[in-house]
Design a protein around this ligand. Structure first.
Ligand code: SF4
Length: 198
């Protein structure tokens, strides 16, 4: 297994240790609700897929077959296998460039995620921008951020510096600096894996 490639059995573990809050939230929601609306499936699905889209920044690396198995298993309590194949599998293959125009879709950057407007029942977007203060504080505590660091993060949020808030979170949970700052969820993941594996 190459660096940057993960298999389905590792995903629960790496979600806890190395996903940024936006992806962690979507991951927890799909586990809890056994469903995600389109915006969430796109944001998480593209993050998860295998893709080396620049030499230094790779997708997290779930191969298409694993991605299909992951979504099918998570949706299973609510969506039959037949319905999944009919209604959802096409979109997942599409994200991997295997359907339609065969474009290999790029995972979303922070800027793109921060700029969306999630509707009711949506779980995509950037928690630093889109969560209520109460929910964000609770999520940070669940990630293991100390109360002092939570105040520093909230200070950035109040000043609308969402990516800096995410960078401070990274530093608080990894005990390691992130000088470049966070500008992409996949960069957060790769940097986290580097710290944890060093
Ligand atoms: Fe995700 Fe970027 Fe927001 Fe961090 S700043 S939670 S990586 S969108």
């Amino acid at each position: 297994q190459e660096f940057g490639e993960i298999s389905i059995k590792d995903i629960d573990q790496v979600a806890k240790t190395s996903f940024p809050l936006c992806m962690r939230h979507l991951f927890e929601k799909v586990k809890e609700d056994h469903h995600l609306k389109h915006g969430g499936r796109m944001q998480l699905g593209l993050f998860l897929k295998t893709m080396a889209w620049c030499s230094c920044l790779m997708g997290v690396g779930l191969k298409l077959d694993d991605a299909l198995a992951f979504w099918k298993a998570e949706f299973a309590p609510k969506v039959s296998a037949e319905r999944f194949d009919k209604e959802y599998a096409y979109n997942i293959r599409h994200n991997y460039g295997r359907e339609g125009k065969r474009t290999d879709y790029t995972p979303y950057s922070c800027q793109k995620i921060i700029s969306v407007t999630p509707g009711i029942g949506d779980h995509h977007g950037c928690p630093y921008r889109h969560f209520s203060e109460e929910n964000l504080r609770a999520a940070l505590v669940r990630m293991g951020v100390s109360s002092r660091a939570v105040e520093d993060v909230m200070d950035k949020v109040h000043n609308r510096h969402y990516q800096l808030a995410c960078t401070l979170t990274f530093e608080a949970v990894h005990g390691s600096s992130c000088d470049a700052g966070i500008n992409h969820p996949n960069q957060y993941f790769i940097d986290s894996q580097r710290v944890l594996q060093s």
